[in-house]
Design a protein around this ligand. Structure first.
Ligand code: LFR
Length: 487
């Protein structure tokens, strides 16, 4: 009995078929496709029709491979949404890196109070959180909000087109910064203080809840049965964390992809002053947990740098970029990857150079120097955030679990181990998709709970251990990194 996970990332999406045999999961990639922003009229949107078409294509391919699924689930990046009226999508969903939210977080923060928003929601302040996207809409296109009847996040919208049912899912909803951390449902008071309609937001279901079946129009088009659809941990990071093959109840993880999400799982949100000051988040997790973590800008900076060189016609593969960085001089210059300058798309090399000059460092010039600067800075920032996680959770971690596509970058895994001075345990690569599958099996009762899922994942996928090396050099680098201005 196969099931399918659709995992949509900001730069690519994939469909994985999963089979559970005893206590082993087998996966097969059915379909992979690209994803990215569409620029129109000076704004960035997602090509949601392309994404829906790719989901249907994935289902058609599954059938042709003899893997007609018995269940399917969709996870994606967080915060973005579509608005529905009269059953129809009102406009293409905006991309979270669109600049229409510039300055909005500060205005909302002044109106409602940052500490009030944080104590209610437990969610970190990121300028693209849904709360600020909706506030930007209220300022710039209020007519859309007046017309809208229903708010659906990206996986919910795609699921709605598959099943005809509008069902909102908990883990992804928490990333809006509109869900109350204690009641675990929409914060009605916050919603009304923002001037938003309560009726936009439907009640929330937990990951592992059945969420309808394929519409007969869809199943007829694809020649499939009316396959059941399940709400999974629809925030990709919730699915990725569910896939961490840890046996211990308390552990630190890093979900490594376009973004790097580093933190630990907790039973209760950590919403005190320290968490607010360090800008940590408590996103909803699978199995009733919270994800105490922090967003680190991640491999996005290198991906954008690569695109910049691609545009200039100097095209290196991602592996070549990593190889170039290995050859460049060590510990020459660093950036604070979480400086807001690195959030929007565009000319990363200019911003990296500006950061280095501003902080009195030598600015990189060659591709390998830029790449080395980025990868070392990420590894050093991982240490910084790992230590903050320990401080906030009052725990200490003997090592760091890494999951996600970023662990293909062995150099980054090794440098992470070096920077933190502890082992890194890397795997599985397809963390989000595997977490998505696991939650479907929990939903159908084939796996008991999250703990059993992690044991099965541990048993099914290779985990590579990286031992820390070059301790004194990395320690010295870390001390200098922490002393950089602009951190
Ligand atoms: C990772 C991720 C992060 C979220 C960012 C934007 O793919 O979902 O968790 O903060 O994308 O949605």
């Amino acid at each position: 009995m196969s099931i399918i996970a659709f995992d949509l990332g900001a730069s690519s999406g994939r469909a994985l078929a999963g089979d559970l045999k005893g206590n082993r999961i087998q996966i097969k990639e059915i379909h992979r496709f690209s994803n990215g922003p569409i620029q129109r009229g000076g704004h960035l949107y997602w090509d949601i029709d392309h994404l829906f078409a790719q989901i249907k294509q994935g289902l058609a391919k599954a059938k042709s491979m003899g893997k007609e699924p018995d269940s399917l689930g969709i996870d994606s990046w967080a915060v973005d949404y579509g608005l529905i009226a009269q059953g129809r999508l009102l406009q293409a969903p905006y991309h979270y890196r669109d600049h229409r939210t510039d300055g909005v977080m500060d205005r909302v923060g002044e109106k409602i109070g940052r500490s009030e928003i944080f104590s209610r929601t437990g969610i970190q302040f990121l300028p693209f959180n849904t709360i600020y996207q909706l506030a930007a809409m209220g300022e710039q296109e209020p007519e859309v909000l007046i017309k809208a009847e229903r708010f659906l996040m990206i996986p919910e919208l795609l699921r709605y087109w598959l099943t005809g049912e509008m069902i909102s899912e908990f883990t992804n909803a928490t990333t809006t910064q509109l869900v109350h951390e204690a009641t675990r449902t929409w914060d009605v008071e916050l919603i009304s203080r923002l001037g938003l309609k309560r009726s936009l937001f439907g009640s929330l279901v937990q990951p592992g809840t059945p969420a309808g079946r394929l519409l007969s129009s869809v199943s007829a088009e694809l020649g499939l049965g009316t396959i059941p659809v399940m709400a999974v941990g629809e925030h990709d990071t919730a699915s990725a964390v569910a896939s961490v093959p840890a046996m211990e109840s308390s552990f630190a993880y890093l979900s490594c992809g376009t973004w790097s999400l580093l933190g630990t799982e907790v039973d209760q949100p950590v919403t005190g002053r320290k968490a607010l000051d360090l800008n940590f988040t408590n996103e909803g997790g699978v199995g009733g947990k919270y994800r105490l973590l922090k967003n680190i800008m991640g491999l996005w900076i290198l991906q954008e740098l690569k695109r910049e060189w691609d545009r200039k016609g100097q095209i290196y593969s991602f592996e070549e970029w990593v190889a170039l960085s290995r050859q460049a001089p060590a510990f020459a210059s660093w950036i604070n990857p979480d400086d807001p300058a690195f959030l929007p798309a565009g000319d990363m090399s200019v911003r990296i150079r500006e950061f280095c000059l501003k902080t009195k460092q030598q600015a990189p010039e060659q591709p390998g120097e830029f790449a080395r600067c980025i990868l070392e800075s990420l590894a050093l920032q991982y240490r910084h955030v790992l230590e903050q996680t320990e401080l906030l959770s009052e725990r200490s971690f003997p090592g760091l679990y890494m999951v996600g596509g970023g662990i293909r970058n062995e150099l980054l895994c090794q440098w992470t181990a070096n920077a933190i001075g502890r082992p890194v345990w890397a795997g599985p690569i397809e963390g989000s998709a595997i977490g998505n599958l696991a939650v479907q099996w929990i939903g159908t009762g084939e796996i008991r709970d999250l703990e059993e899922a992690r044991t099965i994942i541990r048993n099914s996928f290779a985990v590579r251990e990286y031992e820390p090396a070059q301790g004194p050099q990395w320690q010295e680098a870390y001390d200098r990194f922490c002393g950089l201005g602009g951190m």
